[in-house]
Design a protein around this ligand. Structure first.
Ligand SMILES: Nc1ncnc2c1ncn2[C@@H]1O[C@H](COP(=O)(O)OP(=O)(O)O)[C@@H](O)[C@H]1O
Ligand SMILES: [Mg+2]
Length: 251
């Protein structure tokens, strides 16, 4: 039960953004993807989830060729956008935003989807007052929780979270980090978490991949990665994370 990119290359016009990238996601495992801004992390995530097209025979689900089609395979692998406010419809309440995938993908009747949506809101720590609010009436952290509850409502086998903490203050980052740990423990989902902050990934990831210039330059178990980073960029990330300096220094 894996999701794989094999030798995936993507260019925007003449800008070769990904070169022969291979990455495997496993159920119940969290892979962290770290790299400087612009190195191709979001492009990889979007190609693996069907947001942008990937060349044929570069994506595999359980070793079978996989064609992501958002309307049909959205519950296999799902992309959670970097900016929750931009990704959530301004016209729907938090509850309705979570009900939407329960209707569209899981075809649940109204009472059941509302029940599940309330459970999910509860799981991400939002109360009934928040459930009737629309995105612009919620804080950044609350929107991120709604976005996460909505992604969980899809019940994908693999969930890709693109910089899920970068727009949040430190306290909210800590709360969402604990929430992601809870999700990881409670749901049998494979996660890919993208970040430019290694400290975040240290708390969440089982293994860490480092991307540089559109290639994966190192990929190891998290503890090994911190104990013996090999690539010079990995060593810099580890060094910076030790001294708690802002990871933005690498951007
Ligand atoms: N839709 C797009 N069209 C053209 N160029 C893009 C597009 N999206 C990203 N890029 C370019 O591709 C490179 C990698 O971007 P991205 O994957 O977003 O990197 P990261 O997520 O690591 O910051 C950057 O040079 C960026 O400007
Ligand atoms: Mg990005």
């Amino acid at each position: 039960m894996t999701m794989q990119a094999r030798h995936l290359s993507i260019a925007y016009g003449s800008n070769q953004v990904l070169s022969q990238v291979s990455l495997t996601l496993h159920p119940s495992r969290t892979t962290g993807l770290v790299g400087r801004s612009g190195c191709g992390k979001s492009t990889l995530a979007k190609a693996m989830t069907g947001i942008i097209p990937a060349p044929q025979e570069t994506l595999f689900h359980n070793d079978q060729i996989f064609f992501p089609d958002l309307s049909k395979t959205g519950n296999i692998i799902h992309y959670m956008w970097q900016d929750p406010l931009a990704a959530l419809s301004p016209f729907l309440s938090a509850l309705d935003l979570i009900c939407e995938p329960l209707k569209a993908i899981h075809k649940l009747p109204k009472a059941e989807r509302q029940r599940q949506a309330r459970d999910l809101l509860n799981m991400v720590g939002l109360n009934a007052t928040c459930s009737v609010k629309r995105p612009h009436q919620l804080s950044g952290g609350q929107c991120q929780r709604v976005a996460l509850a909505r992604a969980l409502a899809v019940k994908p086998r693999f969930l890709v979270l693109d910089e899920p903490l970068s727009a949040l203050d430190l306290v909210t980052q800590e709360q969402i980090t604990s929430l992601l740990r809870k999700v990881r423990a409670e749901m049998n989902m494979g996660l890919l978490i993208i970040s430019h902050d290694l400290q975040t990934l240290a708390k969440l990831a089982d293994d860490i991949a480092v991307m540089d210039g559109g290639r994966i330059v190192e990929h190891k178990e998290t503890h090994e990665f911190f104990a013996a980073p090999e690539h010079q960029l990995s060593r810099r990330f580890v060094e910076i994370s030790k001294y708690s300096a802002p990871a933005a220094a690498l951007n």
